[in-house]
Design a binder for this molecule. Structure first.
Ligand code: COA
Length: 247
């Protein structure tokens, strides 16, 4: 069974993280699957919106820690970079349905989505610094822009998590739903009924002001992230996680 499920319902594509035994932690091949899914959807006239979601109880526990240790994404051609580029440039509506933990890139990818709905169980965190790393996916720009400098600094620097009502209050999530995937589908269908070129143009205009700035920040973040991955601080944090899990 694929670790990125692709399901098409009418003109809506659902991309779902499917690695429940590891809390849907994202591996290189999963990033590659997501990038391919987004790129194909971008060029497919039959797809008018994409939903990002997950199987089982959690959205994703973020980047797979063993991959961070054994296959660190240090080149801009890495799968994670390709995914982030596809995400930044995805021209059609992108809706996320989040339940349970959304750690690291599980939260930062939401900053690129057009609509995010979450279950009451959703829990968001970006513990990059706790792992000896730095914010990625443009989050060092997009998150303070969304929530204000101090709240962003506190969340990045403490590694603390926040719940679904806080995410709504911050504007990261539009609504809390007991069945977020069902609600995401309803929203996607409503959008898919609109004139498609007008939707693409609307998204391009909404993103126009920030697009180039985010691209530049992502590049700078990536360089520091790649260096940090090889640091003693990061190695220590990864080892701590792996040994806690008895691996
Ligand atoms: N990479 C690899 N495996 C991961 C993972 C990750 N990022 N997150 C969770 N897992 C695995 C665990 O090792 C465990 O597998 P195992 O049963 O084979 O040991 C399984 O997923 C369930 O996770 P577990 O830690 O037992 O669940 P929990 O409820 O006790 O804790 C978290 C949940 C999210 C707090 C904890 O898993 C965690 O801190 N994960 C790492 C998150 C992270 O730092 N991500 C990178 C962000 S940049």
């Amino acid at each position: 069974m694929s670790e990125i499920l692709r399901k098409q319902e009418g003109n809506i594509l659902v991309l779902s993280f499917n690695r429940p035994a590891k809390m849907n932690a994202l591996t290189r091949s999963m990033y590659a699957g997501l990038a391919t899914g987004l790129n194909e959807a971008a060029g497919d006239f039959g797809i008018r919106a994409v939903i990002l979601t997950s199987e089982d109880q959690h959205f994703t526990a973020g980047n797979d820690i063993s991959d961070f240790m054994n296959n660190p994404p240090t080149s801009e051609s890495s799968e994670v970079s390709q995914f982030l580029e596809s995400l930044l440039n995805f021209p059609k509506p992108l809706i996320a349905a989040v339940k349970g933990n959304a750690v690291g890139v599980g939260t930062t990818m939401l900053l690129h989505c057009d609509v995010v709905v979450a279950s009451p169980s959703a829990k968001f965190s970006m513990p990059f610094a706790s792992l000896g790393l730095v914010p990625e996916a443009g989050s060092s720009f997009l998150f303070p822009q969304l929530v204000g400098y101090q709240r962003a600094a506190r969340i990045f620097m403490t590694g603390e998590s926040f719940d679904a009502p806080s995410a709504v209050e911050m504007g990261l999530v539009t609504s809390i739903e007991n069945d977020p995937i069902n609600e995401a589908m309803k929203i996607a269908q409503q959008i898919a009924e609109q004139p498609p070129q007008a939707i693409i143009n609307t998204k391009a205009l909404l993103k126009a002001k920030s697009h180039d700035a985010v691209a530049a920040v992502m590049k700078a973040e990536f360089e520091i992230f790649a260096m940090s991955l090889q640091s003693e601080e990061a190695m220590e944090a990864f080892m701590k996680f792996m040994s806690k899990k008895g691996k």
